[in-house]
Design a protein around this ligand. Sequence first.
Ligand SMILES: Nc1ccn([C@@H]2O[C@H](COP(=O)(O)OP(=O)(O)OP(=O)(O)O)[C@@H](O)[C@H]2O)c(=O)n1
Ligand SMILES: [Mg+2]
Length: 394
Amino acid sequence: MLVKFKKAVPIIEKIEKAGFEAYFVGGSVRDYLLNKPIEDVDIATSAFPDEVKQIFPKTIDVGIEHGTVIVVYEGENYEITTFRTEDQYVDFRRPKEVTFIRSLKEDLQRRDFTMNAIAMTKDGELIDPFDGQQDIKNQIIRTVGEPEERFKEDALRMMRGVRFVSQLSFYLEKNTYSAIERLAPLLQHISVERIYMEFMKLLKGKNCSKALDLIAESNLYEFLPGFSEYREQLKKATTYISNRNLNEVEVWALLLILFQNESIEELLRKWKMPVKLIRKIKQIIQAYKNRQNESWSNESIYLTGLDIAIHTEKVFCAINNKEADTSVKKIRQTFVGLPIKNRDELAVNGNDLMKWSDKRGGPWVREALEKIELAVIRGEVMNDKEQIKEWYST
Ligand SMILES: Nc1ccn([C@@H]2O[C@H](COP(=O)(O)OP(=O)(O)OP(=O)(O)O)[C@@H](O)[C@H]2O)c(=O)n1
Ligand SMILES: [Mg+2]
């Protein structure tokens, strides 16, 4: 068993000693069976939250109403969630209230996909009433029971389904997929924050192209903020992205370039994307426009910045069906060879200029510095105080 599970075994033992059941469940068991690195281990138990709190000296309340208590054990936090059913769903979202139950089987039954509905005992024995292992082996994403029921309980699960296609390169089982086609409009009931989180995970997955294609083919795209008019562009994007290894920022930029949307800012704000990320994507799109007109120069790489220049080149190559490695390497080399990497590295400053010309400060200082900066970058003058002085005064 993995160290991460082993370290948590004493927790399960303590719960069992108190007369309850407890198991490893969810994504950690799935990823373990897939031989993927696991993140946090989740534990499900028949003990109710109050009972869990009585067993452990150090706990944190995070979502008692959902049955989740964090147990702090040997410096680590563990989420312990009481077995529950969620039969009073309202509005196709996760319910406000849940019913706690004592049966593992019933808890597994309300989970989204068979691969996520496998429990593991502290001895590593698997409890798998819905044949999740078989589906993992066949690379199939299948809902537990009726897809309609599972998606109506929580419509975000449709996005989770395509997100797993991207992360795992698995296939959506036929009925699961056709339910997504039918029920896609239910996504309207889900908060943007939750959709955003799933979509970002999707964009980071290695099979992102396929997942975006499914989003375009099913009707999910219509219910992604600002995407409803862009089905064709989305389809096109999937062909550009395929086998390109673009990261999530690059895919966002590529999508927006294809959308040719006037107000990128507005569209991304609908997603509640962090402003820093919005700015970065906008920079890439701006640099892409320049890149369409001329190839990279010392000056344009310097002004764009290495990071943005590389993102831009990768997007440019994807859209123009060019191999990216060589040109990205060239951008790096050019950047390394630049005499200065930013204005602070310039051998002169505003004070020098004022001294030389015996003039008082003003907007001219900035303008002059910018001129010198570009001359240095273009190699017209060395980044050396004396040489700049000479160049400047002639
Ligand atoms: N809408 C949801 C979200 C979660 N789950 C269940 O809760 C588990 C844990 O949820 P979460 O951590 O959100 O997802 P993971 O499947 O663990 O995926 P990740 O690796 O991204 O955490 C899932 O495996 C699944 O059994 C569910 O049934 N329906
Ligand atoms: Mg998880």
